[in-house]
Design a protein around this ligand. Structure first.
Ligand code: AVI
Length: 339
């Protein structure tokens, strides 16, 4: 059965049955119709993409996951002392729940652990595992897209909320969207809560280049898989051999950009729409912003936070930032945010 969605330009868009939400399908088509073609990074994560990403995290060149884990392991006792007693830990995009595990071991008096993830199966598995591991802990899983405003049923009154957003996924948000998301977190944890945020630091472009152009070609496979996903879920006809993976550090915007470059002039269809490609034309599939102290402070301030602590690793490649809502009222304007 086909579904329809009203596009912002007033046109009706038809969607074939698909496990992809209509909004994501609409964003894919709008992005491909742009002069500079883009696709939403959320499309990376079908089952194959999720598996490839897990493998990328183990690659020698891909330092963020390992580095963040080192910081979490080293500073967990200190982070636990900031979290204090009787807190509720909200794990945004809990995934396999591995990262929160570093903290949970040091939080015997946590009031509740709230993993939030769209993948119901993985969420329920994490919830079951944590309940078994910590029989006195309330585990309250929420199956949702964490970028949407969340409803938190059954949370204890008067508890302090600690938001946990590791993985440097904040880097995959455009800075203005990062402000919107962090502002939303701030209103959830107000007035006494804290945010523990994983942030990838700006570093030498060669290191960044290697991390997104690994020798085994897993990042290239991860990038190209987005087209396979669209072929399956949106009745698209992309020929993967007409594209190549392209990733580079854009110094001006301080972000890694991943693109798929069309090697030849050709056409493809998606949900019966014809998309033309010139030779050398690209689809931008992901941005991964790398922060320095100034841009991180700007982001924190624009979202109504102040930086309490910055924990880093011996090579200074990554931060676990501890943020608290700033005391002044939120009078920040997103348009003034520049990075
Ligand atoms: C999920 N995210 C933090 C990863 C990153 O590094 O931006 C996604 C990724 N893309 C390519 N490799 C990993």
């Amino acid at each position: 059965m086909n579904n329809t969605l009203l596009h912002s330009n007033g046109m009706q868009i038809e969607f074939a049955s698909s496990s992809l939400p209509n909004s994501l399908q609409a964003a894919a088509i709008t992005g491909l119709e742009n002069k500079c073609k883009t696709l939403p990074s959320a499309l990376f994560y079908d089952a194959t993409g999720a598996r490839l990403f897990e493998e990328i995290c183990k690659l020698p060149e891909y330092y963020p996951t390992r580095t963040e884990s080192t910081i979490l392991r080293d500073y967990a006792p200190l982070l636990a002392s900031h979290i204090g007693t009787d807190a509720v830990l909200i794990d945004y995009g809990s995934g396999s729940g591995e990262k929160a595990q570093f903290l949970l071991d040091y939080l015997p008096s946590l009031n509740a652990y709230v993993p939030v993830d769209v993948s119901r199966e993985q969420l329920m598995q994490v919830a079951a595992e944590r309940s078994a591991q910590y029989p006195l802990l309330q585990v309250l899983p929420i199956c949702a897209d964490y970028t949407e405003p969340l409803e938190f049923p059954n949370l204890p009154d008067g508890a302090r909320y600690i938001a946990f957003f590791p993985g440097s996924t904040i880097g995959n948000f455009h800075p203005s969207d990062a402000v919107t998301f962090l502002t939303q977190i701030r209103s959830t944890i107000m007035p006494e809560g804290k945010l523990i945020l994983g942030v990838d630091r700006r570093k030498h472009p060669d290191l960044l280049h290697a991390a997104y152009n690994d020798k085994l070609g897993l990042t290239a496979a991860f990038n190209l898989n987005i087209l396979r996903h669209l072929n399956r879920e949106m009745n698209a006809s992309f020929n993967l051999s007409h594209f190549r993976h392209l990733a580079f550090f854009n110094e001006q915007t301080s972000r890694i950009e991943m693109h798929l470059e069309s090697l030849v002039a050709h056409q493809a269809t998606i949900n019966d729409k014809l998309i033309q490609f010139d030779a050398g034309e690209t689809i931008r599939t992901e941005c991964s912003y790398k922060y320095d102290e100034e841009s991180l402070s700007t982001l924190a301030e624009a979202s109504g936070f102040e930086i309490e602590e910055l924990y880093t690793d011996s090579r200074q490649w990554f931060w676990i930032a501890l943020l608290s809502p700033s005391s002044s009222s939120n009078q920040y304007c997103q348009e003034t945010t520049s990075f």
